[in-house]
Each structure stands twice: as C-alpha cells, then as structure tokens.
Design a protein. Structure first.
Length: 245
C-alpha cells in the first residue's frame, strides 16, 4: 500500500509527502519530516506511524491540539480521505492503489488469517519480472513462511502459555483486540505491537504509562528487532521471544 499526505494552506496545495518511513513527524522545527513554519504549530506537533497495515496519527502533546475531520484527537487510525488539521494548515491522507489501511482493530480470528507479509513494491516487481507472476507469488509466500516465532509467558497469571506470532501484526495490551494480553492500570489498551516482516520480527511501543522493555532496556516508539531468547517486559508480565525451530 502506498500512502501520502497532501499539505494545504487555505485550500492551496503546498507539498505532498510520501509516507515511506515508519515514522513521519510534523512540527514547526526544521528537523521534522513535515516542517510547518507557523506559530500555531508546536515544535514537535504530531507524528504518523506505519505499523503493519495501519497508519496511525498521534498528537505529541501539542499546544493547540490536532484535529481529524474536525474532531480533536490524541490518536487516530487514518482512513483514505481523512483531513488532519494542524494549526492553520491541513494534511489530507491518501491511500493509493485502492487499498486503505485497517480501519478498526482486527478480531483474533481475522488476525490469524493475515499471514501474508509486507513486501516492498520494488521487491515484488523484481520477483514478478524474474520468475513470473505465479512463481513469484509462491516464492514470496515461501520466503515469508520460513521464519516463525513464538512468545511464552514466563511470569504473571498466564505463565507457561505460548502464542505463535503467525500474523503480520500482533498487538500487546489490555484491550479486547490484543492477542497478547497484559493487565495493569498503567498498561495501554494497545500498548505495543510485534510486526512480522521479511527482515524478521520487530517490536514497537505505542501507548500507556507502563514502560515496554526488552532485556531490561526501554523500547521507544522506534521499532526494535527481536532476537531469539529476548525477554519482553510490560507491567508485571514477562514474555520470552524465541524462533520456532
């Protein structure tokens, strides 16, 4: 899926930004990916995260807030055509190729069905050109299925339970849609996600007051690669990540 943001001021298009990174920052400081030089915009106003098939907008505690379709929001899963208002500027979210991001958390059944990994369009085109459509598809699915990992609860009430990480995105938290359940007053509904990619498994912090740690180190919103034997900690729950042999 190819996505972009169209920056406008008073209905005049200023620029377009392809969302080709996992994190796109929006703010008044020049180092932001999308730089908006306006006093109504905070120095680091908001950010857009690409996690699996989701594209998530998050306000970063801005002074004047962030609106989506006229409604103030702290975090919002973007859909094709959504209009983000930052100060006096707007950013229109566009999902190309007639494929929109997930608009709501998938149920566990739907999550388990999503076993096809995210492969870049360039890689897909290269495979299609070199091997032919049907063969390339088979090769892609085969290469993706080569690496399969699990997590096992090693503390907490679910100690001993094992969860296979088959899907492209597995959420962690206390929300009903999370496959990996972690309880706690300070734990976010969707506190973190583990994404499965051709390059391996990555874990990313999303929300909540409880810190996410891997091997004792705090994980920020930047994705961290998981390795065999890593210990994931959230609240009073510990999980061991391991590659299925």
């Amino acid at each position: 899926m190819s996505t972009k943001l169209i920056l406008k001021f008073k209905d005049t298009v200023i620029s377009e930004f392809e969302l080709n990174q996992e994190e796109t920052t929006i703010g008044r400081k020049p180092e932001n990916t999308i730089h908006i030089d306006n006093l109504a915009v905070s120095s680091k106003h908001a950010r857009v995260l690409k996690i699996g098939k989701k594209v998530i907008l998050e306000d970063l505690g801005s002074t004047n807030g962030t609106l989506v379709n006229g409604q103030e929001t702290s975090k919002h899963i973007l859909n094709n055509g959504d209009v983000i208002t930052v100060g006096k500027h707007t950013l229109t979210f566009v999902a190309l190729d007639d494929e929109a991001p997930i608009t709501a958390p998938a149920t566990e059944e739907e999550d388990d069905m999503d076993k096809t990994m995210i492969i870049s369009s360039a890689a897909r085109e290269e495979m299609m050109a070199s091997q032919g459509g049907a063969t390339a598809k088979s090769t892609a699915e085969s290469s993706v299925s080569m690496l399969l990992a699990k997590v096992q609860y090693i503390s907490g009430p679910l100690m001993g339970k094992v969860i296979e990480l088959k899907s492209s995105l597995t959420s962690i938290g206390k929300g009903d849609s999370c496959k990996i359940k972690v309880k706690g007053l300070l734990v976010g509904k969707q506190a973190a996600v583990i994404t499965r990619r051709p390059t391996g498994y990555h874990i990313t912090y999303l929300e909540g007051m409880s810190k996410l740690r891997v091997n004792g180190e705090v994980v920020s919103s930047a994705p961290r690669v998981l390795k065999d034997g890593d210990i994931i900690e959230l609240s009073d729950t510990k999980l061991e990540f391991f590659i299925k042999k």
